[in-house]
Design a protein around this ligand. Structure first.
Ligand code: UT7
Length: 346
């Protein structure tokens, strides 16, 4: 057991990363195109957020389709053709009900596997990995497919300059398998938490049970995500820095041991500030936000796949993962990058 607050110890059977896949919709939207709709500029978006372009899923493509593409690639990367369970992290399910995961499993040809969605904002993928690790530790599953997929542009008001420049669509997926806790690729202790007192800091006001009495009265913008960006920024830096530091300590690492920081791609200035606060060199915090934007629950697995593909993650690297988002919810964990893992990208 660890004495780090909020940390969990998952016993003797660990969840080991054996496969990684990603998928991005082909349509690119550069800042210049976005700025024909909102009062902003390419320069402002690059300097204040770090984004040059994002990908947009064009209807009828939705979260489930992108999840299928990323998950199939993760299974191929693991050399596996099946899994005991599928956990899909998303804030943008294909429909309010039912969960999207069973349909994804069906499309993958995995009939009858346990499949469910996890909604934990931009921390969803790390939350889903933690759930998967718990299933593996309990002996409930041997191999779990964990997917982060988002059609964030379905939640974004295209005319809202507070959110439209930030979010993009995409999917990433990982295969986690039972293995020894000291194996390369084994997920370390998790530090996670939430603060529901700030649940309205990033929220879609309408469309849920709370507002059902005025379902037909809601203004159009109440069906889109609304964010108090400046406030969220400060909490993101504070929570990500603390959780990352605690997760490293729970793994028995000093911050100087960390080779790479994989941080949720919320805003390049958040990643830079978190790295700086922790004392991790900026060059050791890979980033893909310039090309894909903030893809919420897809962000961490997409960055893992891109960083692995570009040789940023090398066998034996000590990797610290951290995420933060709506809820508010945050999570951090560690792993030693395994040899022979080759991410599958489109
Ligand atoms: O994914 C997890 C959850 N999300 C996040 O973690 C996102 C966290 N927040 C952020 O990334 C940033 O707060 C934003 C990118 C949303 C906004 O950046 P900011 O630097 O915090 O901007 P601000 O709201 O403090 O506004 C600064 C200035 C204001 O102008 P004045 O009053 O200084 O003249 C805004 O009106 O920037 C202006 N502004 C813009 N200008 C051009 C705000 N948004 C825009 C825009 N284009 N899109």
């Amino acid at each position: 057991m660890t004495d780090t607050p909020g940390a969990t110890d998952r016993g003797r059977t660990a969840a080991v990363l054996t496969g990684l896949g990603a998928w991005l919709p082909p349509r690119r939207v550069p800042n210049s195109e976005l700025c024909t709709r909102i009062d902003s500029s390419d320069q402002w978006i690059r300097e204040r957020i770090g984004i040059a372009e994002r990908r947009i899923a064009e209807p009828p493509v939705a979260t489930g389709d992108m999840a299928v593409e990323a998950a199939a690639r993760a299974l191929a990367s693991a050399g596996a053709c099946g899994a005991d369970a599928l956990v899909l992290a998303t804030n943008t399910p294909d429909r309010p009900c039912p969960a999207t995961a069973p349909w994804v499993a069906h499309r993958l040809g995995l009939p009858a596997v346990a499949a469910f969605d996890v909604m934990a904002g931009c921390s969803g993928f790390l939350y889903a990995c933690t759930v998967a690790a718990g299933l593996i530790a309990a002996g409930t599953a041997q191999r779990v497919l964990v997917v982060g997929a988002e059609t964030m542009t379905s939640l974004v008001d295209p005319a809202d300059r507070a959110t439209a420049p930030i979010f993009g669509d995409g999917a990433g997926a990982a295969v986690l398998e039972a293995g020894p806790p000291h194996a390369e690729g084994a997920l370390g202790p998790v530090v996670w938490g939430s603060d529901g007192s700030l649940s309205d800091a990033i929220a879609v006001p309408a469309g849920g049970a709370r507002e059902r009495h005025r379902r037909h009265l809601a203004a159009p913008e109440e069906h889109f995500v609304q964010m108090r960006g400046n406030e969220v920024f400060r909490h993101a830096v504070r929570r990500m820095s603390a959780a990352a530091r605690q997760a490293a300590a729970a793994a028995g690492w000093g911050i100087g041991d960390v080779d790479r920081l994989i941080a949720h791609q919320a805003n390049q200035r958040i990643t830079a500030t978190v790295a700086d606060t922790l004392g991790i060199p900026a060059a050791h915090a890979p980033s893909n936000i310039a090309q894909v934007g903030n893809t919420a629950a897809a962000s961490v697995p997409l960055l893992l796949a891109h960083a692995a593909d570009q040789g940023e993650l090398k066998p034996g690297h000590k990797v610290l993962l951290v995420a933060f988002g709506s809820g508010l919810a945050w999570a951090a964990t560690t792993l030693v990058w395994p040899a022979g893992l080759s991410a599958r990208l489109p």
